[in-house]
Design a protein around this ligand. Structure first.
Ligand code: URA
Length: 209
């Protein structure tokens, strides 16, 4: 069956709620609630200060993040870092996380190719995201890409037309934008414009600080 995204307001269990980040990180490290833990190297929990005003939410760790155990340290992370700097946001004041905390991939020879997480993985992991959100209580949430946006806003959400706009979401200001890996996947001649548009979306979030 094809995954159709996650309905709005479908939380996971309450295991992640009401706990501080270190406590949550330790609990998530042993999570076996979906099959992704079996092939991934480790749980990649969110990172950043508990006092962060901004939480950025990606899809899932990539190959580099899976090995390092940290979010956004690979090529997409470098694009994100450049865009944050240009938007006047210091990465040290951001809490960075993903809706799914284990790397989902397919083996092709000795390469591990990213595979989009399914609704069951997002549901199983939601407890950890809900726990992070409750612990950090950021003023602003930025979703990076369609998977994160649909996980929080519902399956009918479309990036085109809605990116860079702010909305109220569960007591936070939320700004959806593209995933930085989309800039890397796009054609080199479009890259500068795509980067400018990404920076403009992040600047919307920066103004909400
Ligand atoms: N892509 C994501 O969505 N998250 C990461 O941590 C890295 C790449």
């Amino acid at each position: 069956m094809r995954d159709r995204g996650v309905s709005r307001g479908v939380p996971g269990t309450s295991r992640g709620m009401g706990r501080d980040l270190e406590d949550l990180r330790a609990a998530a490290a042993g999570c076996t609630d979906c099959e992704l833990h079996a092939d991934a190297t480790q749980t990649v929990f969110g990172e950043g200060p508990q006092s962060a005003w901004l939480m950025m939410v990606g899809e899932q760790p990539g190959d580099r993040e899976d090995r390092a155990g940290e979010p956004f340290v690979g090529p997409a992370g470098r694009v994100l870092d450049e865009a944050l700097t240009r938007a006047g946001i210091d990465r040290d004041e951001v809490y960075l996380t993903n809706v799914v905390k284990h790397f989902r991939f397919e083996r092709q020879g000795n390469r591990r190719i990213h595979k989009t997480p399914g609704v069951t993985h997002i549901r199983a992991c939601r407890q950890w995201f809900d726990g992070e959100l409750a612990a950090v209580r950021p003023r602003v949430v930025v979703t990076l890409g369609a998977t994160a946006a649909k996980a929080l806003l519902g399956p009918t959400f479309r990036i085109t037309g809605e990116r860079g706009t702010e909305r109220e979401w569960e007591g936070h200001r939320l700004v959806p934008t593209i995933h930085p890996s989309a800039i890397l996947r796009g054609s080199p001649e479009d890259r500068a414009d795509a980067m400018d548009a990404f920076v403009a979306d992040l600047a919307v979030a920066a103004r909400l600080r």
